[in-house]
Design a binder for this molecule. Sequence first.
Ligand SMILES: [Zn+2]
Length: 354
Amino acid sequence: MDLHRDAIVADGHNDLLMLVARRPKEVWPAYFRERWIPQLRDGGIDVQVLPVFIDSEFQPEGALRETLRMIEAAHRIAAANSDQVALCTAPGDIGTATAAGKIALVLALEGCPQIDTDVELLQTLHRLGVRMVSFTHFGRSALGDGSGEDATGGRLTHAGVEAVGLLEELGVLIDVSHVGRAGVEHILELATKPVVASHSSAFALRDHHRNLTDEQLRGIAATGGVVCVNFFAGFLTTAEKPTVDHLADHILHILDVAGEDNVGLGSDFVAEVFAEKRDVSAGEAYRAQEVGAQITARFRVRHTALVADLSPRDRLTIAGRVYNITAVRETQRNRWIEVDAVARPDIAVIAASA
Ligand SMILES: [Zn+2]
């Protein structure tokens, strides 16, 4: 438990911004303060990536407008709660925020439906604070094919290739989570800077298309990047009753394959999103899996390096190079991952720590 006190814990993916933006703008700051800051504090999160994920109900026409609303929401919740959080956009910002006891927030794009082939808009979004970008969701985007379309064998499009160059030039992290098998390979061929997976787990332990093969894990590590393990139980195991050990197994596997400097955490907590969308058709099966499988974990890890600003070249590096898991793996798993009971009747409690 004490390990946690010193840790800088970064979460590469939490969809809470969707829930903020679904509310009237007048309540954004207060909702974030009352609903989310306590949860982030309780979970020991020091750095939180806020993905801008555009729900299908806004696509395609409303995608850019909703993107701007979500980015505006991020700026407003940060400005109005500046005693607790800071939106980080420049080298040094994360270090400054965490040193002051604030939660560092980092804006990201998930899927890129809002730009189509207008890659130059990534520069606009960079100006608005976006510092990490993934090219697809499950399906096809104008930049490449998502992992749900692996059967196409699709690599990046011309626009996708152009995006890699522009993002590297801007110092924006490229996130391969959700990108299909061939697309990940393509990105790794092109990348000259660290590439991350903001919320992906290990294919060797669970053969889901959203997970990364050992070869991909090694490829990401070779760029100096980080793989942030996804907690979503459907990506961890097919077991009927997933436990936190399944999550631990993925962390340890990625640690073994990619190296201890290359493992991070990407919770992908979306149960509340699905809960709020109960009347919206979002796929019953997926929702059932999600609701039944949500894991809330507190991480008891010790940090060994800084989260941010690893080098000026990286501009802003998040979520990883942090967890000295090897130091505690010999002792007791449950010392560094503690599962909290979830106080929601519709979400199963997965496991209790020993
Ligand atoms: Zn995702």
